[in-house]
Design a protein. Structure first.
Length: 85
């Protein structure tokens, strides 16, 4: 997983990463019932780590108004994984 700083353009910055996971490659996913590939999002903020396959869930868990995080994670997904817009 590649990590990068994401910022809101003002004062807030987090370290974030994205990774594409596929159950045929990561067998533990298949055992848990996953059948298609998905993206794992990770955000580190204030000594805490937030990880989910749902970038909106991460934004809801972060302190304050973190709605900008969803767009920043999507941009990382495009840059590192090549997910189309």
């Amino acid at each position: 997983m590649n990590f990068e700083r994401i910022t809101d353009g003002e004062a807030t910055a987090y370290t974030a990463g994205v990774e594409r996971l596929h159950p045929d490659v990561d067998k533990c996913l298949k055992r848990e019932g996953y059948h298609s590939e998905g993206t794992l999002y990770v955000v580190m903020a204030g000594g805490e780590t937030y990880a989910s396959h749902d970038r909106f869930a991460i934004a809801r868990e972060l302190p304050g108004d973190a709605s900008w995080v969803t767009d920043a994670l999507r941009e990382l997904e495009r840059d590192y994984i090549g997910v189309p817009q």
